[in-house]
Design a protein around this ligand. Structure first.
Ligand SMILES: NC(=O)c1ccc[n+]([C@@H]2O[C@H](COP(=O)([O-])OP(=O)(O)OC[C@H]3O[C@@H](n4cnc5c(N)ncnc54)[C@H](OP(=O)(O)O)[C@@H]3O)[C@@H](O)[C@H]2O)c1
Length: 95
């Protein structure tokens, strides 16, 4: 199964990608460092192509309340739209 982990290079995401690969899944670590950005949409459609599941464990690179809210609203909106376009049927998010 192809599982895209948004934030897959982070603390939680990197552990998740490792476990998914050990269990035989095609796990893609998607983050700005791997060319996938949920804010700018760079690389998003390509990463989601053929994906069965998306797990969102991204974190905002800022701490100020308003900027964090803006990050998650924009990121979530872009991600869900890209998932719908790609036909992804399962979305998992860590709050
Ligand atoms: N750590 C915990 O104990 C814990 C507990 C409960 C919930 N959470 C939640 O779980 C989530 C992940 O936490 P974490 O501690 O693993 O965070 P983290 O180590 O700071 O990792 C953040 C991840 O988000 C990615 N990211 C940042 N901007 C992005 C963007 N525009 N598009 C796509 N990816 C982006 C980063 O990519 P780059 O590496 O490329 O910058 C990185 O992979 C957060 O929402 C956090 O609130 C964490």
């Amino acid at each position: 199964m192809k599982i895209v982990v948004i934030g897959g290079t982070g603390l939680i995401g990197s552990k998740l990608v490792k476990i998914l690969k050990e269990r035989g899944h095609e796990a893609l670590a998607a983050s700005p460092n791997t060319g996938v950005n949920t804010i700018t949409r760079e690389g998003l459609a390509e990463a989601l192509d053929g994906a069965d599941i998306v797990v969102d464990v991204a974190n905002a690179p800022v701490w100020e309340d308003k900027a964090v809210l803006e990050f998650f609203e924009t990121s979530g909106r872009n991600l869900l739209a890209a998932e719908a376009a790609a036909g992804v049927r399962h979305h998992v998010a860590l709050s």
